[in-house]
Ligand binder design. Structure first.
Ligand SMILES: [Zn+2]
Length: 684
């Protein structure tokens, strides 16, 4: 019986090893290494290179140059890394943003992956595992090259989850590999200083719980993965057309059991500023300011099904107040709820060699810092470990020598810039002189860590092996938030009715039954904004309540919005807010163009669409200062001002290179034909 559950719900270690990697004979003599650093900005690289702070990158740049690498529409990691992998524009690979929407209901959902829940019979016995499918189109260069016999090792590149089979190669998944709850990272925070009203979900994926001590101990719980059996029952119960009071009671009772919970007992030694925490099968003793090792957590769905995860605990304070942080529960690499590598045994093999390494695609603690639950020091300590986890995986595979083509991506560069940009921009509303004195060098330190890592890689490979350093986009300061939907309302393109709804939360996206667009009158709405800079028309025949006729009317509405947006100015300074507005028919080609937003807005330096706009909200006011620590960004900016970085150890033909050029460059390098539908061109 246990066997059944293991086969269906986790990657069976025994099975995985049985079908594990077999050594592929070497067919190619040339080798190539591509290192990706998400969001590495070419202006910052140039600056610190000139100051002699990035000696290894400089060494490479002396051979082949430092270049700006044109990014994609939109200038976001999922879109740009998908173009990196496939060599095509988003119209051919279908990844436009983190979010997609249901055209019939307008409901936003996380993009990249299509999920089908597992199925059970008799509400107990698993008969079908959860099915995950990538919505990315196109063919990645490691697959094309692999078919010709090139042995690839593809490590934590964004948009590689679920893992695709790589002929003659291997792949360890990166973003959007979720946490055990199926989210991009839900952290838990427990505090004696929380009021009852603060308990619950935060805007960006945190769970807050108030601690009440009885003597020296307090009881609480860790909220784990959803119970798929209860979820199945909930879906059925909610589908009842006219629910009676009995049905409603049953739904409430099921909702209370929707997630699997683990009890936690905290023993507080106030005098010693420490605590002992019982969680799952572990007992952890921590001093104030101390992080635990990774601890294993088993969540029991029923006797047949268990889900395995791991988390780190951090005792923030244990003096006057007690504050405890628990990281998002990562999948356990040797026993994940679904395959996270190809072959499936790779993640377990790495676990055996390296010990625990974080598996969550969004590996850094951005949300708890943004919500002021972790401070800058804790965030940076954790971020360096996230960097090292990725780096050691790449070095381990590099040393295995079982590759002709190695591609590894580290994303800590992106996260540190999102969170710490306010400390290098004295004009940012969240600039803080005292904090800047302490943490103003955080971004530079991570760039230097990248440089050291490049040096480590260079020292381990043959001097004849070319190295390419790539980033998917650059960075900007995010000083002001722009409510695009509110602007659409003001200009008459969107009509609201009734009461303004509450704030949208990220949790509402993750099957949480959240409400969106509650007060939008679709019968009088021509356009709506969602995601980072996308504006969709409410098109007849496509949207559930579409009113704009395709053809001439659609073009006229697009034109009117674009022209008006270009005149949008900051009332405080008179500065123009929008650099450019792009029409989908001008920037995309390919089979998925129909899924693109009609307009992609390119905002000017300093302005980014608001979080509420991203989730479809229309709160009051159009422009307001960004008072969050998330202070640097790239999504929703004009792609022209947001290029990534390319450093090559080989001279490059093109004076201006695009992220779509990497795939054809690799294929040409291995002497392979470049498929005719690829949009990029080889760089050497
Ligand atoms: Zn980013």
């Amino acid at each position: 019986m246990t066997r059944l559950s293991v086969v269906l719900f986790s990657v069976c270690l025994g099975l995985a090893i049985a079908c594990g990697p077999s050594r592929v004979p070497e067919k190619f003599h040339q080798k190539l290494v591509i290192l990706g650093f998400d969001g590495l900005d070419p202006r910052l690289v140039q600056k610190w290179m000139d100051e002699g702070k990035l000696p290894n990158m400089q060494k490479l740049a002396k051979q082949g140059g430092l270049h700006r690498l044109e990014t994609t529409h939109s200038p976001e990691s999922p879109t740009a890394w998908a173009s990196f992998a496939t060599g095509v524009n988003a119209g051919k690979h279908n990844i436009y943003d983190f979010l997609i929407r249901d055209t019939k209901t307008y409901m936003p959902d996380l993009g990249m992956v299509h999920r089908e829940p597992p199925r059970f019979i008799l509400n107990y016995i698993p008969i079908a595992a959860p099915k995950l499918t990538s919505i990315r189109g196109g063919t990645s260069f490691w697959v094309t090259a692999g078919r010709a016999g090139v042995r690839s090792s593809v490590l934590t590149v964004p948009v590689t989850f679920p893992p695709e089979d790589v002929p003659n190669g291997e792949l360890l998944s990166g973003l959007p590999l979720p946490d055990i709850r199926g989210t991009m990272g839900t952290f838990s925070y427990y505090g004696t200083d929380l009021s009852r009203y603060e308990e619950g979900d935060t805007e960006m994926g945190g769970l807050l719980k108030r601690l009440v001590f009885d003597g020296d101990n307090a009881q609480t719980e860790l909220v784990g993965p959803p119970n798929p059996i209860i979820r199945q029952q909930l879906r059925d119960a909610r589908a009842t057309p006219h629910p009676t009071d009995v049905d409603k009671t049953r739904i409430a009772e099921l909702e209370a059991r929707e997630f699997v919970r683990l009890p936690i007992t905290i023993y507080w030694n106030k005098a010693g500023k420490s605590a002992t925490i019982d969680l799952g099968d572990s007992t952890v003793h921590l001093q104030e300011g101390e992080w635990s090792k990774w601890i294993n957590l088993d969540f029991t769905i029923n006797l047949l099904v268990r889900v395995h995860g791991m988390a780190q605990l951090y005792l923030i304070r244990a003096g006057q107040e007690l504050q405890l942080y628990i990281s998002p529960v990562n999948w356990k690499p040797d026993n994940p709820p679904a395959a996270m590598s190809a072959p499936a045994s790779l993640s377990a093999d790495l676990y055996e060699r390296l010990g625990a390494y974080r598996t969550l695609g969004w590996a850094e603690a951005t949300w708890p810092l943004n919500e002021d639950r972790l401070d800058e020091k804790a965030f940076m300590d954790d971020l360096y470990r996230a960097f090292d986890d990725r780096a050691q995986v790449i070095l381990q595979r590099l040393d295995s020598q079982q590759w002709d083509l190695l591609v590894g991506v580290i994303e800590s560069t992106d996260r540190v810039q999102h969170m710490m940009w306010r400390l290098i921009d004295p004009t940012h509303p969240m600039y803080d002189k005292a904090l800047a004195a302490k943490f103003g060098d955080s971004i530079e330190r991570v760039y230097r860590r990248c440089d050291e890592f490049v040096g480590e890689v260079m020292s381990r490979i043959d001097a004849t092996t070319p190295i390419l350093i790539v980033s998917d986009h650059g960075f900007h300061s995010f000083r002001e938030s722009v409510n695009l939907n509110t602007w659409l309302v003001q200009e008459g393109f969107m009509t609201l009715q009734g009461q303004a709804p509450g704030e949208k939360k990220l949790r509402d996206l993750f099957g949480g039954g959240g409400q969106f667009w509650e007060n939008v009158d679709w019968s009088r709405t021509k356009a709506y904004a969602m995601g980072l800079g996308q504006i969709y028309l409410n098109l007849q025949g496509r949207e559930g309540h579409g009113i704009v006729a395709p053809g001439a009317e659609s073009r006229a509405v697009q034109e009117a919005i674009a022209q008006k947006l270009l005149t949008l100015a900051d009332p405080k300074t008179g500065a123009r807010i929008v650099d450019a507005v792009y029409k989908s028919e001008d920037i995309y080609t390919g089979p998925f163009v129909g899924n693109a937003a009609e307009l992609q807005v390119g905002l000017a330096e300093g302005y980014r669409v608001s979080w509420q706009t991203a989730l479809g909200g229309a709160p009051e006011g159009i422009i307001y200062p960004n008072m969050k620590k998330w202070s640097g960004d790239h999504g929703a900016y004009d792609y022209k001002s947001t290029p990534g970085t390319l450093i090559s150890s080989r001279p490059i033909d093109a004076s201006f290179a695009s992220i779509m050029d990497l795939a054809p460059t690799v294929l040409k390098y291995f002497g392979l034909p470049i498929p005719s539908d690829i949009d990029g061109k080889p760089l050497f």
